[in-house]
Design a protein around this ligand. Structure first.
Ligand SMILES: [Zn+2]
Length: 205
């Protein structure tokens, strides 16, 4: 196992609230037990930025959801959990998303997408202890995460960070009103140096 890496309480709390929203209270209990996180049953981390949670715990919760549904069924559930993670984060913890007080309505859609991705990357660095950069190519943006909870999960033969895919999809839907097909094109759990998400500049419909 890699060395422990701390993250803010609020980041893990938002994930657990999203899991509860999608799986219900009993499903969440099962996940927390299976993930070795039983201390959080009925006792989620507080809504603050103290660095008392860990990347390993965040990864263990995601892994327990994957194990609960099996690799095939898990994908859709993890995407839903990711979308809920964005919505709960936006409502309760906009600082960890970098979206507190943002107002971009007057800007063109692609400019808004890029600004949001850059704000989220900066917040990941400043608040979540997660080095992240945004790159741009002609047809897509790339959200590149250099430290990911999946590093503390078992190796996968395919990218596994569907929660983050869901977070990015929901953030793009929120800022543009359109659906973008976000893909994780490289993943640390799959042997890559970083988890890399591709966000196309054209919406899917
Ligand atoms: Zn990954």
């Amino acid at each position: 196992m890699p060395e422990e890496r701390p993250m803010p309480n609020a980041a893990l709390r938002v994930l657990l609230e999203a899991i509860e929203d999608v799986m219900g209270a009993n499903g969440t209990k099962a996940v927390l037990n299976a993930g070795g996180l039983s201390k959080y049953i009925d006792n989620y981390p507080p809504k603050n930025l103290e660095m008392e949670a860990t990347f390993a715990q965040y990864g263990a919760a995601q892994q327990a959801v994957e194990d609960f549904y099996g690799p095939r069924g898990a994908r859709a559930m993890l995407l839903r959990i990711g979308r809920a993670t964005f919505q709960f984060g936006l409502r309760d913890q906009p600082a960890i998303l970098g979206l507190a007080g943002i107002a971009l309505k007057a800007l063109p859609e692609k400019t808004r997408m890029k600004l949001i991705l850059e704000r989220m990357a900066k917040a990941a660095v400043d608040r979540v202890n997660q080095p992240t950069v945004v790159m741009e190519e002609e047809d897509a943006y790339y959200f590149i995460v250099e430290q990911c909870p999946c590093k503390w999960r078992p190796e996968h033969d395919k990218p596994c960070c569907y929660v983050t895919v869901g977070v990015l999809m929901e953030s793009m839907a929120w800022i543009t009103g359109n659906m973008y097909k976000v893909e994780e094109v490289a993943c640390i759990s799959n042997g890559a140096a970083s988890c890399v998400y591709r966000i196309p500049k054209e919406p899917s419909e």
